[in-house]
Design a protein around this ligand. Sequence first.
Ligand SMILES: NC(=O)c1ccc[n+]([C@@H]2O[C@H](COP(=O)([O-])OP(=O)(O)OC[C@H]3O[C@@H](n4cnc5c(N)ncnc54)[C@H](O)[C@@H]3O)[C@@H](O)[C@H]2O)c1
Ligand SMILES: [Zn+2]
Ligand SMILES: [Zn+2]
Length: 346
Amino acid sequence: MKALIYKGPNAKAIEERPKPEIGAPGDAIVRMLKTTICGTDLHILKGDVASCQPGRILGHEGVGVIDSVGAAVTAFHKDDHVLISCVTACAKCEYCRRGMYSHCLTGGWILGNSIDGTQAEYVRIPHADSSLYLIPSGADEEALVMLSDILPTGFECGVLNGKITPGATVAIVGAGPIGLATLLTAQFYSPAQIIMIDLDNNRLAVAKRFGATDTINSGDGHAKEALMRLTNNRGVDTAIEAVGIPATFELCQQIIAAGGTIANIGVHGVPVSLHLEQLWDRNISITTRLVDTVSMPVLLKSLSTGKIDASQLITHHFKFAQMLEAYDTFAHAAETKSLKVIIEAD
Ligand SMILES: NC(=O)c1ccc[n+]([C@@H]2O[C@H](COP(=O)([O-])OP(=O)(O)OC[C@H]3O[C@@H](n4cnc5c(N)ncnc54)[C@H](O)[C@@H]3O)[C@@H](O)[C@H]2O)c1
Ligand SMILES: [Zn+2]
Ligand SMILES: [Zn+2]
């Protein structure tokens, strides 16, 4: 089969690989129908993710068809259409029993990281019963690809951890696919104001279409002042960091109102200052989280009833053979105006 291989920092290639086989009774082999590329795949390609070694097939998102299952798999059968969670869960270990699938002792985020991933014709999914979701017949399978990672990430790490309540004032720093997925799911809770902050005017315009009440381009270095004008000098009840660099986490600390919550989503590669000298008396909370995908059943329902339209996040389509072009388009989002790209089986 053909697969997209991480060849070491700044190198990738499409190569021929053997089709994966059932290795444990809980495994399933899935024939991929549609996959996509994540900002995290770009982090891996920069050499930022030490657990992902050269030779790995990348990808942790997608939908496909069950090709075969191990003897212990009971929830899925050959030819079932399935959604793949970016997080693998055994459903038995201490962390899984606490709903923290991201820290599963034999799973977590392993796909396209420490085991081969979904940017291939076939993928092996361990703990298939608790890591795959049956796709309801008639569902928009392409839109469901947005559920593998970005919608649960925005919802769990941003909206739920950020404790958004009706009438609240919210800022989301970063209007990439994750920030926009946060914006879509934040609206479940009817906050009064959602202010999106980014450097890219195209993405801010998309955010306005997706329901942001206000947008700020922080390129001039005066985002804090602009936000304070929009909030009567009060700041926001929830500040969500969806970039992963020191400047944006520092901005969240400058704009948080008394009693508020800073919810970090971004993957950080370098230290960030915590300004306790300014925050110690502000009654604030700070949360961090690796997505657990425990919200998958709820989000599946919200997508299938049309409560959220995830297809809006998809901007480009490629065939599997065009995978390198798809990476190029996704990596140059400012020029290509790309959000999520879909890569389909040939
Ligand atoms: N916690 C988790 O479980 C989890 C899961 C998936 C992704 N992530 C992380 O979430 C983050 C966002 O992911 P994404 O795919 O949307 O990334 P992305 O790179 O597509 O989007 C980031 C956005 O931030 C904007 N930006 C960059 N610098 C900025 C600045 N100084 N001020 C304001 N905006 C700025 C960019 O213009 C872009 O629109 C990444 O760090 C990613 O690794 C975390
Ligand atoms: Zn991802
Ligand atoms: Zn587990």
